[in-house]
Each structure stands twice: as C-alpha cells, then as structure tokens.
Design a protein around this ligand. Structure first.
Ligand code: ATP
Ligand code: MG
Ligand code: MG
Length: 528
C-alpha cells in the first residue's frame, strides 16, 4: 500500500489513451539478453510496470527475447533480472521466447502451408536492393512443398539449408517497406544459451514478438516509436495465423546528450577496455548511473513524468541529476574533506586543548544522526582558501566560529606553506565573507580519493557517419587525494553523503588499512 502511494507521488497519471482495457491489462517488458539494462530500457520497463501495477490491477510479464544466440548470454539474462529487482519492478511471470520455439516452428510451417510464407535464398545485398525497389524475389512463387523442404534443410543446417531463410509473403512493393516480405526464420549455427544445439533456426523478432505476445495473453504491447512502421506487419502476422489481436502503443525513445544507448556500442566500449565494465560510473546502464549516485525513486520520477508520450527527446543529464538531488539532499550526512595536494598546515594560536563534540550530521534533519567533530590547535586547510586570505582578515571556520588571519607564510611560488589564526569567539559569523573548511589534524583522519567523471562522448548527439573512436573523450576520470574527518571511516559502498563545499558523493569503496576510501562525485545538474 505504502509503496504504491510513494510511487504515485511521482506525479504521474496518464492513460494508454483510447485503448480498450475492459478485459484487463497485461503488459510485457521484452529485453534481449544481449547486454545490461540501460536507462532507455528502464523507461520501457517502468512504463510497462506502471500500466500493469500502478494504473491497473494487471499483470506484468518479463519475456526474454532470446532469438539471436550470437548476441545472447546467461550473464546478461541474470543481470537483467537483478537490475529489474533493483528498480523495484516485480514481474508476475518470467518467460523466454525460446520457451515457444516448438510452437513458433509449427506456426512457421502453417504459414508456409497456407501460402503466407516462402523459402528464399536470395543473397542479403540483392534482397535489400529488391526490397528498396519493390521487386519480388525470384523465389516468391515457390510452392509450399518446396518451401517446406528448404525449411527442413535449414532446420538440419545442411550447407544448402544454411543459404535459405523463410519470408512472410505480404507484399513485394507496399509503400510501407516493413511489409515487403520480412524474414521470419533464419539459420544460426551458434549454440543457444538455453536451448543449446537443439535448434539451428530461429524466428526473427518480427515474427516471434506478435505470436508470443498473443499466446501469452498480452493486451497492450508498448513499443518504442521506431517500430511504428512495423505495426501493420505485427497485426498481419496475427491475422495470417488467426491469432488473437494485441493493442500496440508506441512511445518515444529516451536519449541523453553525449551518451550511447545501444547495447552493441556499449559492448564495444566494455570489450575494448575504454570503461571498467558494464557498471562503469560513466555508463548509462542502471548499474552505472546507480554507481554514480542515482537513486531509484529519482529515476522513476524522471521517467514517469515523461510518460508514454511520443515526442522524441534528447535530454540533458542536468535534469535527471537535479531530480536526484531532491532525494539525496534531505538525507545525505555532511562531512569534511581537505584536498592534500598543497595542503596548508594551520596553527590556531589561542585554541583550547584538543576536545571533541557531537554535532548533527545534517543541519536540517536530526534523523541523520550525529558525528564527532574534533577541535584542535593544529588544523588543515586547502590551498585555494588559504591563498585568498589577507593579513588580519576575519574569516569563519565552519561549525566553529570566527578567527583572524594573523600570519601568512608563502614560498617563492606564492604557495601558502603556513598560517596562524587567532580565534575570535565574539565575532559575528554573519559578517564574514569567507566560511572556510578546516579539519583538525588528528591520527584518525581518513584518507579518501575523490573521483569526478566526465562524459564519454565529445559530441552531444552522434550522426550516422560518426566513427566511435573519433568522438570518444579519453579524459573522463579526475582523481584527487584528500583527508576526511574520522567519521568517514564508517561509510560503506553505496552510501551517499556530502563533503561540505565540495558536493555529494557516493562511497564506491570503503576505507581499508593502507588504502583510501573511494568517493564518486554525484552530479546535481549544476554547471561547475
Ligand atoms: P539497444 O539498442 O540498446 O540494444 P534494444 O531496443 O535493441 O536497445 P531490447 O533489449 O530489445 O533493446 O529492448 C527492450 C525494450 O527496451 C524494448 O521495448 C525497447 O524498445 C526498449 N528500449 C530500448 N532502448 C530504449 C530507449 N532509449 N528509450 C526507451 N525505450 C528503449
Ligand atoms: Mg531489440
Ligand atoms: Mg538495438
């Protein structure tokens, strides 16, 4: 109940306009297990989940579209299941197109017998050219008997069989090119991750999708808009086989600037070592954006706000990160880190003996708890701050109070090497211009590494003729070493927090003896 209310807070309310929902709603998310889910897939998955589970009391199917064994792997399949769970999406049933290979094969035979399909051995280039020009294949009038004989050869993967495919006999020259006799079955000798070597022929998506949608009782098939030309073909298959019709709804693909959203291209970057793996924080995968600090409620709000609209969008990442900030800002504990390069050692001449105090980890949210702050005469400051001070200037030490800058020592390059401050407990923190970060120099300071990332692409959007290698940004990872307050030792992988005046971070690796904790900067949608 509660999670439903929380979900609806995303503000989404729309309908599958004009579609008939009288007989219940069954939607499906049909990923091909050929890569990890990315943010575009999240849109498809969340929309299907929204209609099945939030808008209607319906059913959500997860169906692996595993019809091309060359691309598909168990690893990807498992990752998809995990990532859906991570997104809080619970399919009512999990199935595989490969569960239906026997039925699909039988339907293919039926198509041939009823004159709705034929075997063809036209080579790829010729077939494409004929399709373009509306020329019928030389095999178009092959008899059902001959076509069936070819299908048998394809099935046993004989050298002759490997040359053939099966095409739906729709039209050689319809003005919708998707209707120009699409291929419905083709050979692939590659072993399948589920069915092994049982099959050497596989149905195409164009054939399997409508048939299995219909067989599984799908009422509403949501598809991205680039399939729109194929909608008549989808319905034609069902007519040819006298199967129950399915209502199709097209929605817009979601794209982001400087971002690849194609499993094929993402695979290339993984395999060539441009990124660390599928969960690289620069990747638009669910794992990648999560590792960068995206939260699932923010992702869901962002996606459901767009809804199933058909307007093609190219988003700036700033928008979704700004949504994410709304979720993390109220709960992220605040801590302190000082960059160690050119760190400035500071003496506070009139500081009391070292003492500690319990302070809230979040000024506006007591539920975030307390942290221990150490106050001492030896503190560290950052070079950028130190460089800005003028002799005798009054500054504010954050969460401590005001102090006068009494002595500034610099080397020949102007790098500040030493500072002396004098606390001014009577000083008014509202009157100073600079609120600066400081950290008591104690043995329990925690070494941390602060990592910031940039886009993997140098261009906002790619055109057909862009070569991937030419548009890749090879300078996307910036690391700084820092020292953080002792409380930071408690952070575990996945924790989200803020370093004062630096930004939000997600702990990617906890500190261990001898190696620093690693924190990834979380974008907030603001330009730096
Ligand atoms: P990719 O090109 O990344 O491989 P795909 O469409 O081939 O994408 P599938 O696994 O077949 O990948 O897709 C599963 C579902 O996700 C489909 O319904 C597909 O339309 C949808 N989808 C894929 N990319 C996007 C996107 N960028 N925006 C919205 N939906 C998407
Ligand atoms: Mg696909
Ligand atoms: Mg694709």
């Amino acid at each position: 109940k509660e999670s439903k209310a929380a979900k609806s807070k995303a503000g989404a309310s729309y309908d599958i306009a004009l579609l008939n929902t009288d007989n219940g709603v069954v939607t499906r998310f049909p990923p091909e297990p050929s890569g990890y889910l990315h943010i575009g897939h999240a849109k498809a998955a969340m929309l299907n989940d929204y209609f099945a589970h939030e808008k209607y009391n319906g059913t959500l199917l997860l169906r692996f579209d595993d019809t091309n064994p060359s691309n598909e792997k168990q690893e990807f399949q498992d990752a998809i299941v995990e990532d859906l769970a991570l997104m809080g999406i619970k399919p009512n049933k999990v199935s595989y197109t490969s569960d239906y290979f026997d039925e699909l094969y039988a339907y293919c035979i039926e198509m041939i017998k009823t004159g709705h399909a034929y075997a063809d051995d036209t080579d790829k280039e010729t077939m494409a050219a004929q399709r373009m020009d509306g020329i019928p294949s030389a095999r178009r009038e092959l008899s059902p008997e001959e076509s069936l004989a070819r299908l048998e050869e394809m099935k046993s993967s004989t050298p002759e069989g490997l040359r053939w495919c099966i095409r739906a006999k729709i039209s050689p020259d319809d003005k919708n090119k998707a209707l120009r006799d699409p291929v419905i079955y083709r050979c692939n000798p590659h072993p399948h991750h589920r069915t092994g070597t049982k099959w050497k022929i596989y149905p195409t998506y164009d054939f399997a999708c409508p048939v299995v949608d219909s067989m599984e009782g799908v009422t509403h098939a949501l598809r991205t808009i680039e399939y729109r030309d194929r909608n008549p073909q989808y319905q034609w298959m069902l007519d040819a086989l006298k199967l129950r019709h399915v209502q199709v709804w097209d929605f817009a693909r979601m794209n982001f600037i400087r971002t690849l959203l194609s499993k094929r291209k993402l695979t290339k970057l993984v395999e060539s070592g441009v990124v660390w793996g599928w969960d690289d924080p620069r990747f638009p995968t669910i794992r990648g954006i999560r590792r960068r600090g995206m939260t699932i409620p923010a992702l869901r709000e962002f996606i459901l706000k767009q809804g199933p609209s058909r307007t093609i969008t190219l988003f700036d990442w700033a928008l979704i990160w700004a949504t994410n900030k709304k979720y993390i800002d109220p709960v992220a504990p605040r801590h302190t880190a000082i960059v160690t390069q050119d760190v400035v050692k500071v003496i506070i001449t009139n500081a009391p003996a070292t003492f500690t105090e319990e302070k809230p980890r979040h000024a506006k949210n007591a539920a975030v708890g307390m942290k221990t702050v150490t106050f001492a005469s030896n503190v560290l400051m950052e070079q950028v701050d130190a460089k800005s001070y003028k002799q005798d200037e009054e500054i504010t030490l954050m969460n401590w109070g005001n102090a006068f800058v009494r002595k500034i020592t610099a080397d020949a390059n102007g790098t500040i090497t030493h500072l002396e401050l004098e606390l001014n407990p009577q000083g008014d923190v509202k009157k100073t211009e600079k609120k600066v970060t400081w950290l008591a120099e104690t043995p329990d300071m925690v070494p941390v590494e602060l990592v910031d990332f940039d886009y993997l692409l140098k261009k906002d959007s790619l055109s057909e003729d862009d070569v991937l290698e030419d548009v890749l940004n090879y300078d996307t990872e910036h690391r700084e070493s820092a020292l953080a307050d002792s409380n930071v030792a408690q952070f575990k992988e996945g924790d989200i927090m803020q370093f004062d005046r630096k930004g939000f971070y997600r702990c990617d690796r906890a500190a261990t003896p001898g190696s620093p904790a690693v924190f990834f900067n979380i974008p907030t949608g603001k330009a730096k």
